[in-house]
Design a protein. Structure first.
Lengths: 368, 368
C-alpha cells in the first residue's frame, strides 16, 4: 500500500528551503511513500531542482497561491487565505487523496483550519496536541500541549482515550498506562477540575495509574500523561529552556580555556553520543488528535532533518492505523459513566458550525 | 546585630542527622548568627555531640515533643500536634524571639501552620512559595510554586508585588522586571484569569514586561515570573525530572566502556565545574511569602550542604530586611486599580479564622 501524505511546504520559519529537501530525503528512503508538495509552485520547483529531484515520481507538486504567515491571526488563516498551502494540503486529506498532512505552520492557525476542514471525530469535543518526549527508557506521550487553555474533566478523559489509541497503535502496547499530571500523587491533590478528571479516569476502562508529577514525564512512569494545554505547553517550553541553558553552560565550560577545549576534543565521541540521544529534533512532530484525519505539526524552527522526522511521524501514524484505532477506541472505551459525563455536558459532539471554530483555538500558542 | 533564626530540626526526610550538622557549619562561618534548634532534645544533642558542638554558644536547643511527619495530613499538623518542632519553631518567630524559621518539613503542613501561627500580611490574601531558579546570567525568582492551585487575577498581582519586594531587597535592584507566565507573548494568549491578571499588572506601578513563556525561566528574560501554584509546581518538577534524566544519560554515556570512562576522567575538571554550576542543592530554600514573619522551606530530601543553603537564604532575607520591604511595598505599590480589584473581591484580607486555613493549603504538594 502506498502511504500518501501532503506537505504544507510554505509553513515554518524557513518554508520550502527546509520542507522540500526533507521531503526529497524522505521519499528516497521510503519507497512506499508518495508526498504531495503543496505551495507556491515556483518556490517548490526551485528547491526540487536544487535537490536534483525534479523527476522524482513520488513527489507531486500541488499549487497553492497563498501562505499562512507564522504571525497571522487565526481569523486571517481561516477566513481570508482560502488558497493557502495549509488549507489546500488539509483539503487533500479531507478528500481522501492523502492520509495525513504535515505542516510546520503556526499552531493556532493549523489547529483552527484543520478543525474547520476536517471536523472533529464523534465523541471528541476538543482536539488536542500530543507529542512524544524522551525518557530514560523510551518515551512518554503527553497531551494536550497547547490547544486547549481551559479544560473540563471530560476533556482530560478524552485526551486520555486519544493518547491510549495513539500509543497502542504506534507502539503495539495493548494497554498503555495513563497518568494525570498533578502536583502530588494523592487523590486529594490538585484543583477541582483535576480531581473530577481523576474520578472519571478511575472509573474508565483505561489503564489509569493515578496522578503523576512533572518529574514523571522524564522518568517514564507511565506511557501517556494528560494535562490541559496551558500546563502542557508550560512544561514543554520549560523543558526546552532548561535543555538550552544546560547545553549553553556545557559549551561555556568546555570553551573556557585551551585546556578545557582540549578536554572537549578528547571527550567529543561521548559528548556527541549524548547530544544525539537528547537531540530535540529527533522528537519533532506533534499529532493533532481528535480530527477526522491525521495532522502532524512540526516545530516552526525545524531544519530539514527535524522536518523529515515529522514526516516520518505522519507516515508511521498512517502505517499503524492510528486514525482507525482512534475511532474504534472512542467507541469501545466509552463507559456508561463517560457517556453520562458527556451527556451531562450537553451537545458539543457535533462538528463546529462552518466558520465558527471553538474559542480555545483563538487563544493558543502560535509556535509550539 | 545578631541574626536569630529557628530551625525545625525534625523536618525533612533525614531530620536532625542533616539539620543539626548544617546548623553547626552555618554558625561556624557566620559569627553574627544565632540558631535555635527546635525538636526532640535527645536527638538534637546526640547530633551536636557528633559534631563536637555541644558547647557552641550560638546554638540553643529548644525542646519540642512532637514531629510533623512528611506524610501527615495538614489537619494533623494543625490540630493534633501542637507541640511539634515545626509549630514551636514558628511560635518563636511570632513571639519575635527569632526573625525567620527554616524547615524541611512537609510543604502543606508548613504553609498551613505558618499561616495559622503567623497570619498573613495586610493586603495579602494568599501567601505564595517563591524560589530562585538559575538562568544563564544569574537567577530568576518564580512564584507561586505550589501553595495555591487556583488563583484569581488579583492573587497573581499580589505574587508580583511580593516577588518585586523579595528581589529588590535581596538583589538591591530598584525596579526588578516582572513577567507573567503564559503560553505566548501576545496579550490575547492564555485563559481568562491570565488575561485579566495581565491587565492588572499593566496598570500597576510594577516594572511589568508582559507575558513570558516556560523557556524564559532559564533564559533570564525577567527577574520575577508569576504563575499559579499548579503551573509553577509542574514547571519546577518537570525541570527536576529533565535535569535528572540528562545527568543519568551523561553518566550512562561516560560509563559505557573503558575508553569512555577514561574520557570522563580526563574531562573531569570541566564536568565538575558544570555540575557545580547547575547543582540544584545550591538553590535550595524557597520563601513562604505573604506572612507576618519569614519562613524558608527546604527541600525534604536536602542533605547537610543543601540545608545549610536554605539557612543562608533565611539569614540573607533577615539581613536584607525582606519582611520590612514586603510590608512597605504592599502599601506603596497598591495603585487605585489594585485597590479596586481587592475591594471588588470582597473581604479576605483579614487573617483566616483560627483553625480554618483557606482551602488551597489542604490541596498542595507535600514535598515541593
Amino acid at each position: 500500500m502506498t502511504i500518501k501524505l501532503t506537505i504544507d511546504c510554505m509553513g515554518g520559519d524557513h518554508g520550502p528551503s527546509v520542507t522540500v529537501p526533507a521531503a526529497v530525503n524522505f521519499v528516497r528512503s521510503h519507497p512506499d511513500a508518495q508526498l504531495m508538495l503543496v505551495g507556491i509552485e515556483t518556490a517548490i520547483r526551485a528547491q526540487l531542482k536544487k535537490c536534483k529531484a525534479l523527476d522524482e515520481a513520488a513527489l507531486i507538486v500541488v499549487p497553492a497561491s497563498e501562505v499562512v504567515e507564522m504571525d497571522d491571526p487565526v481569523e486571517v488563516a481561516l477566513r481570508k487565505k482560502k488558497d493557502s498551502s495549509m488549507r489546500v494540503a488539509l483539503n487533500r486529506v479531507k478528500e481522501e487523496e492523502a492520509q495525513a498532512c504535515i505542516s510546520a505552520g503556526n499552531t493556532g492557525a493549523l489547529m483552527a483550519v484543520s478543525r474547520y476542514v476536517l471536523k472533529t471525530l464523534p465523541g471528541i469535543e476538543r482536539p488536542a496536541i500530543a507529542s512524544a518526549l524522551p525518557n530514560l527508557a523510551g518515551y512518554t506521550t503527553m497531551l494536550d500541549l497547547g490547544a486547549n487553555v481551559d479544560c473540563e474533566p471530560q476533556h482530560l478523559l478524552q485526551f486520555a482515550e486519544m493518547g491510549h489509541a495513539l500509543v497502542s497503535a504506534l507502539e503495539g502496547k495493548e494497554r498503555p498506562t495513563i497518568g494525570l499530571l498533578n502536583i502530588g500523587e494523592e487523590v486529594i491533590k490538585g484543583n477541582d477540575t483535576i480531581k473530577r478528571a481523576g474520578e472519571l479516569l478511575r472509573t474508565s476502562t483505561l489503564n489509569f495509574r493515578g496522578n503523576v508529577e512533572g518529574n514523571d514525564i522524564y522518568k517514564g512512569t507511565v506511557d501517556v500523561i494528560v494535562c490541559d494545554g496551558f500546563v502542557g505547553n508550560v512544561a514543554l517550553k520549560t523543558s526546552e529552556g532548561l535543555a538550552q541553558m544546560l547545553a549553553g553552560i556545557i559549551r561555556e565550560e568546555f570553551g573556557r580555556s585551551l585546556l578545557s577545549k582540549l578536554m572537549a576534543l578528547i571527550a567529543m565521541p561521548v559528548l556527541m553520543r549524548f547530544k544525539k540521544r537528547v537531540d530535540p529534533r529527533r522528537y519533532n512532530g506533534a499529532a493533532l488528535l481528535g480530527l477526522r484525519g491525521l495532522v502532524i505539526k512540526s516545530h516552526g524552527s525545524a531544519d530539514a532533518y527535524s522536518f523529515e522526522r515529522a514526516i516520518k511521524r505522519g507516515y508511521d501514524a498512517v502505517k499503524n492505523g492510528v486514525l482507525e484505532r482512534l475511532v474504534r477506541a472512542m467507541e469501545e472505551n466509552a463507559s456508561p459513566l463517560e457517556q453520562a459525563a458527556r451527556d451531562a455536558n450537553g451537545a458539543g459532539y457535533a462538528s463546529p458550525a462552518a466558520g465558527q471554530p471553538a474559542e480555545p483555538y483563538a487563544a493558543q500558542s502560535s509556535k509550539a
